[in-house]
Write a protein of this length. Structure first.
Length: 400
C-alpha cells in the first residue's frame, strides 16, 4: 500500500490489462480476515447444535457471508478505486460483516435473524454504490448497471424482510436471495468486457482458503484443550485431524492448483472460471463443518461415541469437500485429473457406509478413514497416466 496521500474521490477505472501483474493489497487482506472471523463466529452455534437443523441454519448464514465477500471481491478484481470514499465504503462493509456475525447466534425465527438480514442488506447497498460509481467506465456500463439494479432490488427486499415477522420474512428472504444469486448470471454475457484478473482473484480465493483452514486448525486445538486425561482416542483424533487439514491444504494448492492463475481468453475459459469460482462455496462450507465435527470427536471422553447424525454430517462434509476439490482440479488447465475421475468417485464411495459403523467402532476411526481417503485421492490425482493429453503434449514439447 502506498504511503502517499489518498485522494478523497477519484474516477473508478478498469484495471489496465490481464497481463499486468497484480497482487492482493493489504486492505483486501484485512477485509478477508474480517470475513473469515465472521464465519468463525457464526460457526459457534453449530458447535452446540451439530445436527441437520443446525447445519441448515449455518449453511444459510454462511452462504450470505460468503456471497457478500464474493460480491465485493468480484468488483475489486475488475475495478480500481483506492480513494477515501472507497475506504469508507470498505469500512462500512467490514462493520456490516461484524453485525452479521453478532446477530447469528439465535434461530432463524428469532428477532436477531432480522438484524442479520438487515446487516446483509447494508453489504449489498454498499456494493450497489460501488457499481454506480463504476458506471463512469463506458466499456462496462451495461455490466455495472445490471449489477447495480439487481443488487439494489435484492437489498430493498432484505430491508423489507427485516421489518416483517416470520414466516413472511422467510418468503421475502427467498425472493431476495434468488435475485441476489441470479444477478451475476444475467450479467455474464457482458463479463468478457472486463474479465476477472487471472492472478488477483485466485490469490484472493487462495488466501481465504488458507485462513479458513487455519480456523479448522483452531477447532482442532480447542478440542485438544478440552481434554484433561488425554485418552488414546483423543490423541489419535487430534493427530489425524491436523494431518487431514494439512492434506487438504496440499490437495488444494499443489494437486488441484486451486490458486493458480486463471486467464480468461474465451467463452470456454469463462465457463471453467465460473465453475471454479463458485465451487469454492461448498468447499469453504465443508471445511468449516468438517472442522467443527473434528473438534467434537477430539473432545469426546474415553469410550464415548458420536451419534449417527453427527457421523453422517461429518462424513457428508468430507465427501462434499473432496468432490469440490476434484471439480476445482478439473477446471485447471494444469491438471490431468480428468483421466482418473471414475477411480476418484469409487474411492469417495468408500466413505458412504462409514456412519453405519458408529455403534461398533471408536469415533476417531471416522477421521482416520477420511484422512486415508484424502491420501488416496491425492495419489490418484497426482499420478498422470502416460497416455494422457498433457503427458503427450509435454513429450512433444521436449522433442521440439
Amino acid at each position: 500500500m502506498s504511503t502517499q496521500q489518498i485522494p478523497f474521490l477519484t474516477a473508478v477505472r478498469l484495471w489496465p490489462t490481464q497481463r499486468a501483474p497484480r497482487r492482493v493489497s493489504w486492505l483486501e487482506l484485512f477485509f478477508d480476515l474480517i470475513f473469515v472471523a465472521a464465519v468463525s463466529q457464526v460457526s459457534h452455534p453449530l458447535g452446540d447444535d451439530y445436527s441437520l437443523h443446525g447445519l441448515i441454519r449455518y449453511s444459510l448464514m454462511f452462504l450470505l457471508i460468503w456471497w457478500a465477500w464474493f460480491g465485493h471481491t468480484m468488483y475489486a478484481t475488475r475495478f480500481e478505486s483506492d480513494d477515501f470514499v472507497h475506504r469508507i465504503l470498505t469500512l462500512i462493509q467490514i462493520f456490516a460483516a461484524a453485525a452479521m456475525a453478532a446477530n447469528a447466534k439465535q434461530g432463524l425465527a428469532d428477532p436477531d435473524s432480522a438484524g442479520f438480514g438487515a446487516a446483509y442488506a447494508v453489504q449489498r447497498i454498499v456494493l450497489v454504490i460501488q457499481y454506480l460509481r463504476a458506471r463512469g467506465e463506458v466499456r462496462t456500463r451495461t455490466l455495472t448497471t445490471i449489477h447495480a439494479v439487481g443488487f439494489g432490488l435484492a437489498s430493498t427486499l432484505w430491508i423489507v424482510a427485516a421489518l416483517i415477522a416470520t414466516p413472511g420474512r422467510f418468503w421475502v428472504w427467498s425472493v431476495a436471495l434468488l435475485i441476489d444469486l441470479a444477478t451475476p448470471w444475467f450479467a455474464m454475457k457482458y463479463a468478457h468486457v472486463a474479465p476477472p484478473h487471472p492472478e488477483h482473484l485466485p490469490e484472493r480465493l487462495g488466501l481465504f482458503t488458507i485462513i479458513l483452514l487455519g480456523e479448522s486448525v483452531g477447532a482442532v486445538m480447542r478440542g485438544m484443550e478440552s481434554q484433561e486425561t488425554w485418552p488414546v482416542s483423543a490423541a489419535l483424533s487430534a493427530f489425524a485431524g491436523l494431518a487431514l487439514i494439512f492434506g487438504l491444504w496440499w490437495w488444494y494448492f499443489d494437486v488441484a492448483r486451486g490458486a493458480a492463475e486463471r486467464p480468461v481468453r474465451s467463452q470456454h475459459d469463462m465457463r471453467m472460471f465460473n465453475i471454479w469460482s463458485h465451487a469454492h462455496f461448498p468447499m469453504y462450507l465443508s471445511v468449516a463443518v468438517l472442522g467443527v465435527g473434528i473438534e467434537h470427536v477430539i473432545s469426546l471422553p474415553s469410550g464415548a461415541r458420536v451419534s449417527l447424525q453427527h457421523a453422517s454430517i461429518l462424513i457428508g462434509a468430507a465427501i462434499v469437500l473432496m468432490s469440490t476439490l476434484i471439480v476445482i482440479g478439473l477446471t485447471s488447465s494444469h491438471s490431468g485429473s480428468q483421466f482418473r475421475l471414475l477411480p476418484q468417485l469409487v474411492v469417495l464411495a468408500v466413505l458412504l457406509p462409514s456412519p453405519l459403523l458408529t455403534p461398533y467402532a471408536a469415533s476417531f476411526i471416522l477421521i482416520v478413514q477420511i484422512l486415508l481417503v484424502c491420501i488416496v485421492q491425492m495419489w490418484l490425482l497426482a499420478k498422470r497416466p502416460k497416455g494422457s493429453f498433457l503427458h503427450v503434449t509435454a513429450r512433444l514439447r521436449g522433442v521440439s
